[in-house]
Design a protein around this ligand. Structure first.
Ligand code: NDP
Length: 324
C-alpha cells in the first residue's frame, strides 16, 4: 500500500483526506516513482475547490514531485530503476508517496539539485521559463510588471527577468513581501492594487510596460491592461482571486492594439522536446546561481490541508514543499 491525499468531493482544504491506497503498477510507457518531495502549486487549489473539474472522484490531486524511479513498464527507454527524476505535468496524482506516470513526462535530475529544490522548482520554474522566453520574450532594457512578485512563480520571474537584463516592477500585498521581491531582483515594488496604472506611469516616466504577467485574474485584469504600452502583451496566466471576466475584444484595440494571451505550462511543454528544453534552461539558471529557489515552507504531506489554507490566505512566500 501507499499513502495519498485524496478528495472525495470538491470544497475547502478540509476535503483532503490522508488515506491508504493500493500501490499502482506501471503499464506500458509508464514509470513508478517513489516520491521524496511534492510541490505545492496554486493549480492544486483550483482542482480541490472545483474551479478545474476532475472527471472521477475520489482523486489524488497534485501536479509536481521529485523522487526515484522504482519500476518501469514495458517499452520505456532512456530511464532506469534508481534514476532521480522530477515532473510537473498532468494527469493529477502527485499528492502520494508513490505514483505511476508516463515516463516521457519525467525529467532526469542533475546531481546538484536535491529533491526538495526539484519539487519546489519544476512547475513554477518551467512556467517562468516559458513566460519570459516564449510567451513574451523579454529583452534587456525592458521594464516589465509582475504580479504576486513574492510568490512561488513570482520570485523566480523576478530573478530570471533581472538575469535577462530587464527591470522588474513587482506587485505584492505587504511590506515584508515587498522586501523579499526586492531581494530577488525587483527594482520597484508596488504595494496593493490601488492606482496600479498611475504607479506604473510614474515609475516608467509615462512609457508604461510592454508586458504584464498577471496571475491574479479577476481582481487585477482591468488594472493590468491599463498598465500596457501600445502593442503591449497582457499575459493572464492564473486566477488566484478567481477567473477574469469575459473580455470585450474591441477594448484591446481602443487601448492601443494590445495582445492578450491565456497560456498554460501544459501547452508549452506538451512535446517531449519542449519539456526537455524548458527544463534544461531552468537547470542552467539554477545551476549558475542566477535564480535561487526559495523553499520557504514545508509541510508533511498528511497536513496538505494546512498548506492549502496558508497558500489561499496569502501567508506563503516563495515555494512550498509537501513531504510524504
Ligand atoms: P503564489 O505563491 O504566487 O501564491 C498566490 C499569490 O497570489 C498570493 O501569495 C498573493 O500574493 C496573490 N494573491 C492576490 N490575490 C489573491 C487572492 N484573492 N487569493 C490568494 N492569493 C492572492 O502561487 P503560485 O506561485 O503557485 O502560482 C502563482 C499563480 O500562477 C497562480 O495564479 C497559478 O495558478 C499561476 N500559474 C499558472 C501557470 C500556467 O501555466 N498558466 C503555471 C503555474 C502557476 P500577494 O499577497 O502578494 O498579493
Amino acid at each position: 500500500m501507499s499513502k495519498a491525499i485524496r478528495i472525495h468531493t470538491h470544497g475547502g482544504p478540509e476535503v483532503m483526506k490522508w488515506e491508504d491506497v493500493p500501490t499502482p503498477e506501471p503499464g506500458p510507457g509508464e514509470a513508478l516513482v517513489r516520491q521524496a518531495a511534492i510541490g505545492l502549486n496554486y493549480i492544486d487549489v483550483y482542482f480541490r475547490n472545483g474551479l478545474y473539474k476532475i472527471p472521477t472522484l475520489p482523486a489524488v490531486i497534485g501536479m509536481e514531485a521529485a523522487g526515484t524511479v522504482t519500476a518501469l513498464g514495458a517499452g520505456v527507454s532512456g530511464l532506469a530503476v534508481g534514476d532521480r527524476v522530477a515532473y510537473a505535468s498532468g494527469p493529477i496524482g502527485a499528492y502520494a508517496s508513490e505514483r505511476v506516470i508516463q515516463a516521457d513526462r519525467l525529467v532526469p535530475l542533475p546531481a546538484a539539485i536535491d529533491f526538495n529544490t526539484a519539487a519546489a522548482m519544476m512547475l513554477q520554474g518551467m512556467t517562468a521559463q516559458y513566460l519570459l522566453r516564449r510567451t513574451y520574450p523579454v529583452k534587456a532594457g525592458e521594464t516589465i510588471l509582475v504580479h504576486a512578485a513574492a510568490g512561488g512563480v513570482g520570485l523566480i520571474l523576478c530573478q530570471w527577468a533581472k538575469h535577462l537584463g530587464a527591470t522588474v516592477i513587482g506587485v505584492v500585498s505587504t511590506a515584508e513581501k515587498a522586501a523579499l521581491a526586492r531581494a530577488h531582483g525587483a527594482s520597484e515594488v508596488i504595494l496593493g492594487y490601488g492606482d496600479l496604472a498611475g504607479e506604473v506611469k510614474r515609475l516608467t516616466g509615462g512609457a508604461m510596460v510592454p508586458v504584464v504577467y498577471d496571475s491574479i485574474g479577476r481582481d487585477t485584469f482591468n488594472a493590468s491592461i491599463d498598465c500596457l504600452a501600445p502593442l503591449g502583451m497582457m499575459v493572464s496566466y492564473g486566477n488566484a482571486s478567481g477567473p477574469a471576466a469575459p473580455v470585450d475584444v474591441g477594448m484591446l484595440g481602443a487601448k492601443g492594439s494590445l495582445f492578450l494571451t491565456r497560456p498554460s505550462l501544459a501547452t508549452y511543454t506538451a512535446k517531449p522536446a519542449d519539456l526537455r528544453h524548458c527544463a534544461a534552461e531552468l537547470f542552467d539558471v539554477v545551476g549558475s546561481g542566477a535564480v535561487k529557489i526559495r523553499v520557504n515552507q514545508t509541510f508533511p504531506l498528511s497536513e496538505a490541508a494546512k498548506a492549502h489554507a496558508a497558500l489561499e490566505a496569502r501567508q506563503t512566500t516563495g515555494s512550498t514543499v509537501l513531504l510524504p
